[in-house]
Design a protein around this ligand. Structure first.
Ligand code: ADP
Length: 542
């Protein structure tokens, strides 16, 4: 199990390069910040809407209650008018029952207003008894001045926090008035105001009620405060209702929600990244496999090409070797016959026999070397580069082709540098390259009508490396053939395969050299093989 976990971890980290991981984390961070921003905006909006709705409700309730107060005053004034003779106790009971049902009405008084010029008001009936606990004289003259039917609000100077509503009785009882005392703290009941809402009720700039917001977040550092303000549409009690909602960061930013989003989005992003990375790796692996297959295919093709060329050249080589072998075999035959004759003679010269036999041995060795070269030439073997003497390689191939060229009346000119240039090559492959170049040159000279047909092989050492040039005095390369010289299977010959130069380029390039072919200004073609100098080769191999 531990092993499996380790393997999984290894897979994840190997498949998630640091750059992609950094990008994913950055995207995650941006997403989380965006989410926090949007969710704060929504919460803020929601809180504002909630405040507007609560403000409307509180305003409506206060308006209703103000209207109720007006209605009470109206019915009390009507009561006095209808039954002026009603006993004091009966009126007191009505007052009592109103106060019982409406706790915010804390006192009701029937007051005799001061007569003209006076200022003393006398409370005739009051509930609770002497409840106003104040001399109503300061407001009595103001009530006396009120219009018929008008209700007016007065702040109670002797009882701050309560307010008074006064209404004159009808014309029948001009000296009487009803005064009602209200406790504004009970205008709104506890469950009618949410804990988060602050409530301020004022009248003509004087605050009659000020309730602070409570509840969670109310004591945190306030970010902003939202307001709802509206005046109560009442003649008698035109209160300004001001509902507030303080907003702390914790009110609009839910840590749990944002944390949840951050975790979920991180998990999804990592999963996406991991899947994407796995796919990309699989694609890369497939591409590498395809590339390897393509290269193997090419390699195989090249090997087949090389082999095909060797086999193709075999016919020519065989005839060259056969020609070459004729000479040592003829020499062997004649030396052996001479030795036989010597052995059969009456008085043989003892010094002549070993001489004849040594000549036989020499000729047999020469024939053996030729056959070995032929076997090497056609065998499909691995490249084995050695530090080789280029002049020697040229000499060897010259020996191989000389007879054939002579037959075709072509002069072979060797122009070899001293000291001989050296390069790290596979001598057999280099012979193949030169053999191809010589064969092509000979073909180009085939149909040329000239007295002196020649092929020149030159070696030299330059800054760019060791150089072998094969030039001829033939017809030269056609202009449209030039760019396609090294293209496999491109040939202008009826019996050609078009593989010779392609193979030459491949063999030379394999050891870090290059080959090019062009026309000489003096006529004929020239092919230049440039091989890395020994120093360059050693440096590259280090
Ligand atoms: P092929 O075996 O068909 O000759 P090669 O790859 O050896 O194929 O050569 C391709 C072509 O290059 C030849 O068909 C010929 O047209 C041209 N070419 C090569 N060497 C010479 C040269 N020395 N002179 C003129 N044309 C040449």
């Amino acid at each position: 199990m531990a092993n499996l976990d380790g393997h999984l971890n290894d897979m994840i980290w190997r498949h998630l390069p640091l750059r992609n991981l950094t990008v994913a984390l950055f995207v995650w961070l941006v997403l989380t910040v965006l989410f926090a921003g949007v969710s704060m905006r929504i919460e803020y909006q929601r809180a504002s809407e909630e405040l507007a709705a609560t403000g409307q409700t509180i305003h409506r309730l206060i308006s209703q209650r103000a209207a109720q107060h007006d209605a009470h005053l109206t019915s009390l004034v009507a009561l006095i008018k209808a039954a002026p003779e009603l006993p004091e106790t009966a009126i007191g009971e009505v007052f009592q029952s109103i106060i019982q049902f409406y706790p915010r009405i804390t006192a009701i008084d029937l007051v005799r207003l001061p007569v003209e010029g006076g200022s003393t008001a006398v409370s005739l009936i009051s509930w609770p008894n002497s409840s106003l606990k104040t001399d109503l004289s300061p407001i009595a003259s103001a009530i006396a001045g009120q219009k018929q039917g008008e209700v007016r609000t007065y702040l109670n100077p002797a009882y701050p926090g309560r307010y008074l509503l006064g209404k004159r009785a009808t014309a029948d009882n001009p000296g009487l008035a009803i005064v009602v005392q209200i406790d504004p703290a009970l205008l709104i009941e506890g469950d009618e105001r949410p804990a988060w809402a602050g409530l301020r009720v004022s009248l003509a700039g004087e605050t009659v009620l000020d309730l602070k917001a409570e509840g969670p977040g109310a004591n945190d550092r306030i970010l902003t405060q939202r307001h709802f303000s509206k005046v109560v549409d009442s003649q008698s009690q035109p209160f300004m209702v001001d509902v507030t909602r303080p907003l702390a960061l914790s009110d609009i930013l839910s840590g749990t929600r944002i944390g949840g989003f951050a975790l979920a989005s991180l998990a999804v992003l990592l999963l996406l990244l991991f899947t994407w990375q796995l796919k990309a790796n699989a694609r890369k692996l497939q591409q590498t496999a395809e590339e390897a297959e393509r290269r193997a295919h090419l390699q195989e093709h090249e090997t087949r090409l090389a082999h095909a060329l060797r086999v193709n050249a075999l016919g020519e080589l065989a005839s060259g070797i056969a020609h070459e072998l004729t000479q040592p075999l003829t020499a062997l035959l004649s030396q052996s016959q001479a030795a036989l004759r010597l052995a059969a003679s009456q008085d043989p010269d003892p010094a002549l026999l070993p001489e004849a036999l040594s000549a036989n041995v020499r000729e047999a060795k020469r024939a053996g070397a030729m056959l070995k070269r032929m076997r090497d030439y056609i065998s499909k073997r691995e490249q084995s580069p050695v530090l080789a003497d280029l002049n020697q390689i040229v000499a060897d191939i010259a020996e191989l082709v000389r007879a054939d060229l002579e037959k075709r009346q072509i002069i072979l000119i060797l122009d070899l540098a001293t000291p001989s240039p050296k390069a790290v090559v596979d001598p057999i492959e280099m012979e193949q390259v030169l053999h191809n170049l010589i064969r092509n040159a000979a073909d180009a000279l085939q149909d040329v009508d000239m007295v002196e047909k020649s092929i020149r092989i030159e070696t030299s050492l330059s800054e760019s490396g060791a150089i072998i040039r094969v030039s001829d005095t033939g017809s030269g390369i056609e202009a449209d053939t030039l760019p396609r010289l090294f293209e496999p299977f491109f040939t202008t010959k009826t019996d050609g395969m078009g593989l010779g130069l392609a193979l030459c380029a491949s063999l030379v390039e394999r050891i870090g050299g290059h080959i090019d072919g062009r026309n000489q200004t003096s006529g004929g073609a020239i092919f230049t093989v440039t091989l890395p100098a020994v120093e360059q080769y050693l440096k590259a191999a280090q």
